[in-house]
Design a protein around this ligand. Structure first.
Ligand code: COA
Length: 379
């Protein structure tokens, strides 16, 4: 029997469908506004830190001094990964994609966290702390392992942003780059019901554990239409090669109906406010390193896409050249997205557990009916 089903044909990709109530974040696509728990992203990027934003996402308010200190200490205390997971990672093929490695390693963390599977708030927050503290350690460890270098243990005096760059690159970051990276983590922390966050809520809605939900989030984030776009932006810039080649390359790509990576958005119809910050960082790092090529090329593509298609850059467009100028390999841009987005995922998972209802939509059946089975010899 067909119970209360409405056609979703008009909402392909569930565009515009409200699938959850949430107080974590909101996107105003018309005006280009992003808020976390009521605070504008520009205010947070200007004044806050990633740790403070994580507290905000999970608790619905900014922390007091001792609460922030406590959370930072918990992140530092939980930043090491189990040695078994590290040993397992050393057996992975060195050419494995870092997102595949991260997905498998996060899933494996669950084996070694016997208390990490509870869905009550107290237990779930503990697991959220561990995952947020450890994802950066995993990403950095893989970079060291695959390049034949010694894995660097976390320095428990550093912030998540500083520690990540330290473990990844082998030396403590310069303060300006650590701050840029910290703001990049703030900018990527949450974005309402994007594909990966929706995935984590669907998984959590079955009352599966957080490790499973975050593993699913990583799988969804990997796709080129979602978090994978940042890597592809840099590949595109390298493929084009120079500013002079942009016009011809772009005309051909648009003629072939290729999607220009880092451009367009399912919700924003104007500038993505995160791109405003990342554009600034791409320029700042280009000036610092004396390598303006990638920023200049990006600007030219941005301008052309606005003129030709009325489309704006999204979060992935300028993060690509900014990360490139921080000497981060292309295929690590999406894992870095996960280092930040784990905070939003876990915030949404906590919210889902707190007021759970199994997420189970319907499909509009467009297949045949009333067919009669024909034995195989008679087909
Ligand atoms: N480059 C060129 N054309 C684009 C485009 C892009 N980046 N993004 C959308 N379009 C075009 C589509 O080809 C389509 O044109 P058509 O109507 O002539 O067929 C139209 O705009 C609508 O595209 P659609 O894919 O339906 O829009 P969407 O709202 O579903 O797409 C994205 C949102 C993000 C999936 C899409 O813009 C995209 O693929 N961007 C590149 C990948 C990316 O940067 N992803 C990161 C998102 S944060």
């Amino acid at each position: 029997m067909n119970t209360a089903k409405e056609s979703t044909a008009a909402a392909a990709g569930l565009r515009g469908v409200v699938a959850a109530q949430s107080s974590i974040g909101d996107v105003d696509g018309e005006q280009g506004i992003l808020i976390y728990q009521g605070y504008d992203i520009h205010d947070l990027a200007e004044n806050s830190t990633f740790e403070e934003v994580v507290y905000l996402l999970w608790n619905g308010r900014l922390p007091k001094k001792d609460e922030l200190e406590n959370l930072k200490q918990q992140f530092q205390a939980n930043s090491e990964i189990p040695s078994e997971v590290l040993e397992m990672m050393k057996t992975f093929p060195k050419d494995a994609n870092p997102m595949d490695v991260l997905r498998t390693s996060v899933s494996a963390l669950g084996f070694y966290d016997k208390e990490g599977h509870g869905t009550d708030r107290e237990n779930a927050v503990k697991t959220a702390v561990k995952l947020t503290a450890q994802i950066g350690t995993l990403v950095a460890a893989w970079e060291r392992i695959r390049t034949g270098k010694d894995v660097i243990a976390p320095d428990k005096s550093l912030s998540i942003a500083e520690n990540f760059l330290y473990m990844f690159q082998g030396e403590k970051p310069e303060p300006d780059e650590a701050r840029i990276f910290d703001i990049a983590l703030i900018l990527h922390a949450d974005h309402e019901l994007n594909a990966s966050t929706f995935t984590t809520r669907v998984i959590a809605g079955t009352l599966a554990d957080i490790y499973g939900a975050v593993t699913g989030g990583i799988a969804a984030l990997a796709g080129p239409l979602h978090g994978g776009a940042n890597t592809n932006v840099m590949k595109m810039l390298k493929e084009i090669g120079s500013e002079d080649a942009i016009d011809g390359w772009l005309d051909k790509a648009l003629e072939e109906k290729r999607k220009i990576m880092g451009i367009g958005h399912a919700v924003y119809k104007t500038e993505d406010p995160r791109a405003t910050w990342l554009r600034k960082f791409s320029k700042q790092l280009g000036e610092k390193k004396g390598e303006m090529k990638w920023f200049n090329m990006s600007q030219k593509i941005e301008k052309a896409m606005l003129e030709k298609k009325g489309m704006y850059p999204n979060v992935d467009f300028y993060s690509a050249s900014a990360y490139y100028l921080m000497d981060i390999p292309l295929d690590q841009y999406t894992p870095i997205f996960a280092v930040s987005r784990v905070s939003g995922w876990t915030g949404h998972i906590l919210e889902q557990y707190g007021n759970n209802k199994l997420i189970r939509p319907r499909a509009e059946y467009i297949g045949q009916r009333d067919l009669k089975y024909t034995p195989i010899d008679g087909r």
